[in-house]
Design a protein around this ligand. Structure first.
Ligand code: ZN
Length: 307
């Protein structure tokens, strides 16, 4: 499929429910999973059909989440919570699913993944320092061929068995998420209702130094963790007025493929944020979060994840 057609399809996916009848088996299995409507996948292949992105948030879903967030943010005073400008260090449980040697990523690679996240959220690539950092708490390793090969279909079983900690702990699972996707995440507002399903799943091969061309710097986990912290895609709602609910990310009509030198798809001021971690560009294209995204993540953290 040509990139342009893909962009149109993905844009359509953001506005309308995906058509499950046309989904291939692996995706149908995922659509039956409990966590799916709370997740948002990062596609690996430009030209991904909309049906492979079954958990895209529609504009009404985003509007509902925003109403909920506004209510949560007005909870009675006296309830202890972090200030929005606090530094937050998130404990991380990494769960390695593997099949023998396949997917059994070494500890050094996990360390590099955490370093990539800390650099990204610390603004080391040139973006804003978001005030979030990540500290490895524990690594679990599970040798299970089925779980490794199809974490979407087995999501509930995997997470129910392995999930650790609470809403303020990041559970990061690595497995073979397939040829089309790089990972997916749950959103913070689902954590209370489905605590065990909370977390991020990424392709084992997307970790830093992995074998997926263009997606080998560990930014799939950076991107998915952005969702886990409450960020939408920079192309959420396209050129619509509210966009991704972050003021300093210019709107863009559709996801970025690869790394275009210039892209400006909306009449509003500002070129498309093709270097933002919450777009769909190559890892080599991604450099930054914005200050506005940092502020949003802290607001969402205070509402849903702070202890
Ligand atoms: Zn995403």
């Amino acid at each position: 499929m040509k990139p342009l057609a893909a962009a149109v399809l993905l844009a359509v996916a953001a506005l309308t429910p995906a058509a499950p009848a046309a989904a291939p088996p692996a995706v149908r299995a995922a659509a039956a999973g409990n966590a799916c409507d709370a997740a948002r996948a990062r596609p690996r292949v430009p030209g991904l059909p909309a049906v492979l992105d079954p958990d895209a948030l529609t504009a009404p879903q985003v509007a509902a989440a925003e109403r909920m967030l506004a209510l949560r943010s007005l909870r009675p005073a006296g309830e202890r919570r972090r200030r929005a400008d606090d530094k937050v260090t998130v404990p991380v449980y990494v769960h390695v699913l593997h099949s023998g040697a396949k997917g059994d990523v070494p500890d050094a690679m996990i360390d590099r993944q955490l370093a990539a996240m800390n650099d990204a959220y610390g603004g080391k690539g040139g973006g804003a320092d978001t005030g979030f950092a990540f500290a490895l708490k524990e690594v679990t390793r599970t040798d299970d061929a089925a779980w490794y090969a199809d974490p979407q279909a087995n999501e509930k079983a995997i997470k129910t068995r392995l999930h650790r900690g609470g809403a303020g702990d990041l559970n990061l699972y690595t497995a073979d998420v397939g040829g089309e996707l790089l990972g997916w995440s749950t959103f913070p507002w689902k954590a209370a209702d489905e605590p065990a399903l909370d977390g991020v799943v990424v392709h084992a091969d997307s970790l830093p130094g992995g074998p997926i061309e263009h997606f080998d710097k560990g930014y799939s986990a950076v991107h998915e963790t952005g969702h886990w912290l409450g960020l939408y895609h920079t192309f959420q709602d396209g050129c619509g007025e509210k966009g991704d609910r972050v003021a300093d990310t210019p709107p863009e009509r559709d996801p970025t493929n690869g790394c275009p030198a210039a892209k400006d798809t909306c009449p509003a001021p500002g070129a498309d944020p093709v270097h933002n971690f919450m777009d769909y560009g190559w890892d080599s294209c991604m450099t930054s979060f914005t200050a506005g995204q940092g502020a949003r993540m802290h607001a969402v953290w205070a509402a849903y994840r702070a202890r």
